[in-house]
Design a protein around this ligand. Structure first.
Ligand SMILES: Nc1nc2c(ncn2[C@@H]2O[C@H](COP(=O)(O)OP(=O)(O)OP(=O)(O)O)[C@@H](O)[C@H]2O)c(=O)[nH]1
Ligand SMILES: [Mg+2]
Length: 459
C-alpha cells in the first residue's frame, strides 16, 4: 500500500489563482514525463520548472512543477507539486490524467502518514500538522507550528533518554551488588528529576482542544439587569432581543468574537431570579446555570438602578470562585444609595461601572478579556497537548511513580534493589512503551487510522 504512487489536490477546490496537485511515490517521475511538456531535462530536483500540461498531445494548461527527489521531500519519497490554474473542471481533468498514467487517489492525511512512516516526523509532529491546518486563531496556529517544529518532541526525547539511562543504571545495580545504598540514592534522585520534568509538562499543559475552541465567557445576573444589552454591545450588533420585560432571554445564545486574534465565545443566558418563573423560563435558567459551570470565565452583572435582592446574592454564590468580572450596569441612571449598597456588600471585589445601553466603559470588559488572554500567554514552561498526548503523559507519570516506590522499598542490606529488579525492569519497559505511543514508534493501525483519517485529502 505504501508503495503505491498517490496524488491529490493539496489546495482547496475552487476557482482561484493557482491549485497545487501533489504526487508522491516511485511513479512520480514517469508521470511527470508523460503529463508535462517542458524543455528537455529541465525537471530537476528542488527547482521550479515552467511547462504545459498535455492531454492527447494538446496543451490544456500552463504549469509550474517542482520535483523533490527522495529522501529529500515532505513524504521522504519522490514527490512533485504541480501548480496549475485553479478551476474545478481543469483540476479534475489533470487528476484523471495522473490516475490514468499510474497513480491512485490519496487517502486523507496519506502524504503526512508517509512522512511519519519514513521518519520525516514523529506522531506528535504529524498531529500538529493537522492541528495547525485547523487552527481557529493566529495564536493557536503559532503554538501548533512550534510543536510541528519539534518543541514537544524534543522534550519527550529528553524524557526517553532519561528513562533509558535509568534502566541501564538499575541493571548495573543488579549486576554489581556492592554500593547498593549509594546507588539507590542516585537512582532515586534521577527518578525524582525525571518525574519533576514530567510534572512540569503536565502542570503547565494547555489542552489544544480548549485553546482552539476559545475562551467561553458567560454573561450572568438576575433578570433585566442588561445582560443582552452588553452582549449586543460587545458583538457590535443587535443579536439578542432586549426588552424591559423581565425574563426576555429564555434559551442561551452564543457568539464568537476575536480579541487579539484569539476566539472568545460569549454566552448570553436567561436571567436568574426567584419566585414564579414559567416552565420554559425555568428550563432556560437551568441551562444558564449549566453554562456557568462549564464556562472558562463569567461576567456577573448587577443593576446600579435597583436595590440588590436575594437573586443577586444567590448568583454571586454560584460564581464567586470562578475567574470573573463584576459589573454594575445602568450607570447612566445610577441610584447613589444602590451603588453604596453594592460597594458595601461586595467590598472585596472590584466593581466596574458601565452602561451597556450608552456604551459607557465597555473597554473595561475588553481589559478583562485581555487579562484572561495573559493567563494563557506562552511561557517557557507551557506545553500544548491534545487529549491523547495528555492521557499518555498521565499514564507515564503513574508508572514512574510506581518505579520510585519500588526503588525506595529496595536497596538496603535486607532488601537489595535487585530483589525488585525484574518488576522494576518491566515497569521501565512499560514507560518506554508509553513514550513510544507518544512519538509513534509503538503504534497500532487503529490509532494511526484514527489520527490520520481526520486530515484532509492532499495533506
Ligand atoms: N438606562 C439603561 N438601561 C439599560 C441599560 N442596559 C440595559 N438597559 C435596559 O434594561 C432593560 C433590560 O435589558 P436586557 O438587555 O434585555 O436585560 P437582560 O439582563 O438581558 O434581561 P433578561 O433577558 O430578561 O434576563 C431594557 O429595557 C434595556 O434597554 C443601561 O446601561 N442603562
Ligand atoms: Mg436577556
Amino acid at each position: 500500500m505504501d508503495d503505491d504512487t498517490i496524488a491529490a489536490l493539496s489546495t482547496p477546490l475552487g476557482k482561484g489563482g493557482i491549485a497545487v496537485i501533489r504526487i508522491s511515490g516511485a511513479n512520480t517521475r514517469p508521470i511527470l514525463a508523460e503529463l508535462i511538456e517542458s524543455p528537455p531535462r529541465s525537471i530537476s530536483p528542488g527547482r521550479a520548472c515552467h511547462g504545459f500540461v498535455v492531454a492527447k498531445n494538446k496543451r490544456i494548461d500552463e504549469c509550474v512543477v517542482v520535483f523533490f527527489k527522495n529522501p529529500n521531500s515532505y513524504t521522504g519519497q519522490d514527490l512533485a507539486e504541480i501548480s496549475i490554474h485553479s478551476n474545478p473542471f481543469l483540476i479534475e481533468e489533470v487528476l484523471e490524467l495522473i490516475f490514468k498514467i499510474g497513480a491512485r487517489s490519496a487517502l486523507p492525511g496519506e502524504f503526512t502518514y508517509r512522512a511519519f512512516k519514513n521518519g520525516k516526523m514523529d506522531l506528535i509532529q504529524a498531529e500538529s500538522v493537522n492541528q495547525l491546518i485547523n487552527a481557529n486563531s493566529k495564536y493557536y496556529a503559532s503554538v501548533q507550528f512550534e510543536n510541528m517544529d519539534g518543541r514537544l518532541s524534543e522534550r519527550v526525547e529528553l524524557l526517553r533518554e532519561r528513562i533509558m539511562d535509568l534502566g541501564i543504571r538499575i541493571e548495573t545495580v543488579i549486576e554489581f551488588e556492592e554500593d547498593q545504598f549509594l546507588k539507590r540514592i542516585q537512582i532515586e534522585k534521577q527518578l525524582t528529576e525525571t518525574l519533576t520534568m514530567l510534572r512540569q509538562i503536565l502542570s503547565h499543559a494547555v489542552l489544544n482542544e480548549t485553546l482552539n475552541r476559545g475562551f467561553q465567557v458567560v454573561l450572568t445576573g438576575k433578570v433585566n439587569v442588561g445582560k443582552s444589552s452588553l452582549f449586543n454591545s460587545l458583538l457590535m450588533q443587535e443579536r439578542a432581543i432586549i426588552s424591559p420585560i423581565p425574563g426576555t432571554t429564555r434559551d442561551y445564545i452564543s457568539e464568537r468574537i476575536y480579541v487579539e486574534g484569539f476566539p472568545f465565545i460569549l454566552v448570553d443566558v436567561a436571567g436568574i431570579h426567584q419566585g414564579k418563573a414559567g416552565e420554559i423560563e425555568t428550563l432556560g435558567i437551568q441551562r444558564g446555570v449549566q453554562r456557568i459551570q462549564s464556562s472558562d470565565a463569567v461576567i456577573f452583572m448587577l443593576d446600579a438602578s435597583r436595590k440588590l435582592d436575594q437573586s443577586d446574592f444567590e448568583i454571586y454564590e454560584l460564581i464567586k470562585a470562578r475567574p470573573k468580572m463584576i459589573v454594575a450596569n445602568k450607570i447612566d441612571i445610577v441610584k447613589p444609595e444602590v451603588m453604596n449598597q453594592i460597594k458595601s456588600v461586595f467590598g472585596k471585589e472590584k466593581i466596574h461601572e458601565i452602561s451597556a445601553k450608552e456604551n459607557k466603559n465597555i473597554n473595561s470588559v475588553f481589559s478583562f478579556f485581555n487579562r484572561l488572554l495573559k493567563s494563557l500567554e506562552k511561557k517557557e514552561s507551557t506545553y500544548y497537548l491534545n487529549q491523547r498526548q495528555k492521557k499518555l503523559f498521565e499514564d507515564l507519570d503513574q508508572v514512574l511513580k510506581g518505579v520510585r516506590q519500588l526503588v525506595k522499598s529496595g536497596g538496603s542490606h535486607d532488601h537489595p534493589v535487585y530483589s525488585n529488579a525484574e518488576i522494576i525492569a518491566e515497569e521501565i519497559r512499560k514507560s518506554l512503551e508509553i513514550i513510544g505511543h507518544l512519538t509513534g514508534t509503538v503504534s497500532t493501525e487503529e490509532i494511526l487510522n484514527r489520527i490520520f483519517s481526520r486530515f484532509c485529502v492532499g495533506k
